[in-house]
Design a protein around this ligand. Structure first.
Ligand SMILES: Nc1ncnc2c1ncn2[C@@H]1O[C@H](COP(=O)(O)OP(=O)(O)OP(=O)(O)O)[C@@H](O)[C@H]1O
Ligand SMILES: [Mg+2]
Length: 172
């Protein structure tokens, strides 16, 4: 596979270091729209929270960005929207998603970003955008897929960022 590959619905992006992961998140900030749902896949330490931190900083959040591993969800108000950052790693069974009353968060205009979405099984509504992070040498590789109509503008935004990053690093 080429380092930089894009088709209409997917994009892969190498992320050499932590700053690159944060910058990919930052590139998503202008694409935040009401009801956007983003799933972040990848093993422990893949860089999911780092990406969300970059997004929130770029969207104007000046305070801390904590991992929601223990709290389950962290709320931010950015770009005139509520943004919920979830982490379902600690679920023992998918029904905990329903028990915790989390379905309500996904029904309105809030932006929902989820680490470990598979832990909620089939109870979660569909994602607009999926970002899969994997270890790649000392860095990471992101595979980004638009899964719904709200995801396509996000993907276009990230494709533009990816092309600019490739040009400035002299890769093409
Ligand atoms: N592209 C990258 N290259 C190298 N290290 C990175 C990269 N992106 C993030 N990291 C580092 O990986 C570590 C784990 O990052 P992070 O906490 O964001 O992972 P996570 O996917 O949220 O993990 P968890 O599943 O435990 O919540 C951090 O030390 C971060 O600096
Ligand atoms: Mg995390």
């Amino acid at each position: 596979m080429r380092d930089h590959a894009a088709d209409d619905n997917a994009l892969t992006q190498p992320l050499a270091d932590e700053a690159a992961t944060a910058a990919l998140g930052a590139a998503l900030a202008p694409a935040l729209v009401p009801g956007l749902k983003i799933f972040l896949e990848g093993d422990l330490g893949a860089g999911k929270t780092t990406l969300v931190r970059g997004l929130l900083r770029a969207a104007g959040h000046a305070g801390k960005v904590k991992s929601p591993t223990y709290t389950l969800v962290e709320l931010y108000a950015v770009s005139g929207l509520n943004l919920y950052h979830f982490d379902f790693y600690r679920f023992d069974r998918p029904e905990e998603y329903l028990d915790a009353g989390l379905d309500e968060y996904f029904q309105g205009d809030a932006v929902c970003i989820v680490e470990w979405p598979a832990q909620a099984g089939s109870y979660l509504p569909a994602a607009d955008l999926e970002i899969r992070l994997a270890l790649s040498g000392d860095g990471r590789r992101a595979t980004i897929r638009a899964l719904g109509p709200r995801g396509l503008p996000c993907l276009r935004c990230l494709s533009a960022y990816s092309a600019a990053a490739a040009t400035s690093s002299g890769l093409r």
